[in-house]
Design a protein around this ligand. Structure first.
Ligand code: NAD
Length: 413
């Protein structure tokens, strides 16, 4: 994915920080990009060949870290951009990890649980030598969750023994940490609250639309509702539902959870069923894209009614879309800050696994707020110093790039 908001911010910040051409190349390129072929004989007898990917962008600050995405549309370019975003995200929140991303080009909804388990374990057979608790630590992303992390843990254990720190986002039974599943969406809600305070938006009176009702979208919706916001629109890949008086998101999430493979269209929700495109431009104060890349772009940015966009997904706004939004004075809380709650709690999980001693929920809560609040304050300080010429995105990249660059120089080449 070229020409993203991420690429632009990175280039601009490297220029402003006076990075040399070689240093810029180093910061911008992946350390390793791997594609593997995964043939699978399915339960029904068919043979299908999938492609698996792992891109390791940087381990300057610590082991590579990043999610695994199972989605039919992924390719190497996707993962190159997403791995780089991870490097800047972990650097921004100041946790000792680098950046990586990977996954398989499959549609998990079209595979049986048995096929999916074999596919996931085959993928680990192929890339197992590149991961490990001190090398590269995968986690959930689109299409993966606790179940896939358990399969990975098991596949990795075959050659390396029991190493719970090889993945994060596991169930608590397998060494996972309390609150990891909800952490990304909870962080999105937390940053929305802070952004509303700073931008003089009354969250308790605000109407919020959330695109994507998976792990991040559901948790963001539930936590924003708890903070008093009115969630007027939600959607999944098949379309959205809008009700200007508000949707009962907690009970919708519960109903979805109780039905296997269900989507919003299968439920009887009190609201108007509309398309994803219509939902993004429906009346609201705050928009949280929490699904896929590039959904806010030059075609719809001018129609967006929100005053604040909080990027729950990675790279949901295109570069052209961002130009239009900033011109319309729409504030954007960038992905590397907005959805950093997930990797932050992943870091707690990894430390807990290293200590072999579970963290108490109060400790997770306290440290979560401390890390996120610090990151927010740092971004606001840099933004202030730049006399508002910086967007939130540029301010966030300034901190992150500086940290990685300084560490690279200290470590030597
Ligand atoms: P998920 O698979 O749990 O949910 C994805 C949701 O998006 C589903 O509701 C799905 O139906 C919907 N969707 C898929 N394709 C769509 C389309 N074309 N249009 C509209 N909706 C569509 O995934 P997730 O873990 O919630 O991840 C969502 C986003 O958040 C991704 O960009 C991911 O990289 C990012 N993210 C996730 C985490 C995490 O902890 N899971 C952390 C940081 C960032």
């Amino acid at each position: 994915m070229k020409n993203t908001t991420h690429e632009r911010a990175l280039k601009s910040v490297m220029g402003k920080l006076g990075c040399s051409e070689e240093m810029s190349k180093l910061l911008d390129s992946s350390q390793r990009e791997v594609i593997v072929e995964i043939p699978l004989k399915r339960e029904n007898g068919d043979i299908k060949v999938f492609k698996g990917y792992r891109v390791q962008h940087s381990d300057a600050l610590g082991p590579f870290k990043g999610g695994l995405r199972f989605h039919p549309d992924v390719d190497l370019n996707h993962f190159v951009s997403l791995a780089s975003v991870m490097t800047w995200k972990t650097a921004l929140v100041n946790i000792p990890f680098g950046g990586a991303k990977g996954g398989i080009n499959c549609d998990p909804k079209e595979l049986s649980e048995h096929d999916l388990e074999i596919l996931t374990k085959r993928y680990i057979e192929k890339i197992g030598m590149l991961i490990g608790p001190n090398i590269d630590i995968p986690a959930p992303d689109m299409g993966t969750g606790e179940r896939e992390m358990a399969w990975i843990l098991q596949a990795y254990a075959k050659n390396h023994g029991h190493q719970p720190g090889v993945v994060t986002g596991k169930s608590e039974q397998l060494g996972g940490i309390v609150g990891r599943k909800e952490a990304t969406g909870k962080g999105v809600a937390y940053f929305t609250k802070l952004a509303c305070l700073r931008e003089a938006i009354e969250l308790e009176k605000a109407k919020v639309i959330i695109q994507g009702f998976g792990n991040v979208g559901q948790s963001a919706a539930i936590n924003l509702e708890k903070l008093g916001a009115n969630i007027v629109g939600i959607s999944d890949r098949y379309g959205g539902v809008y009700n200007e008086n508000g949707l009962k998101v907690e009970s919708i999430a519960k109903m979805l959870g109780e039905m296997k493979n269900a989507s919003l269209k299968d439920l009887d929700i009190d609201g108007e069923y509309i398309s994803n495109e219509e939902l993004l431009c429906a009346p609201c104060d705050i928009l949280v894209p929490a699904a896929i890349e590039g959904v806010v772009n030059s075609k719809n940015a001018d129609e967006i009614q929100a005053r604040l966009i909080v990027e729950g997904a990675n790279l949901p706004v295109t570069r052209d879309g961002e130009d239009i939004l900033l011109n319309n004075n729409v504030k954007i809380i960038p992905d590397l800050l907005a959805n950093s709650g997930g990797v932050t709690v992943s870091f707690f999980e990894w430390s807990q696994n290293a200590q072999r001693y579970p963290w108490k929920p109060e400790k997770v809560e306290r440290e979560f707020e401390r890390v996120l609040k610090n990151a927010w304050n740092n971004v606001c300080e840099v933004k202030e110093c730049a006399k508002q010429t910086h967007s939130y995105r540029e301010a966030a990249y300034t901190i992150a790039v500086n940290r990685v660059r300084e560490t690279l120089i200290k470590r030597g080449f």
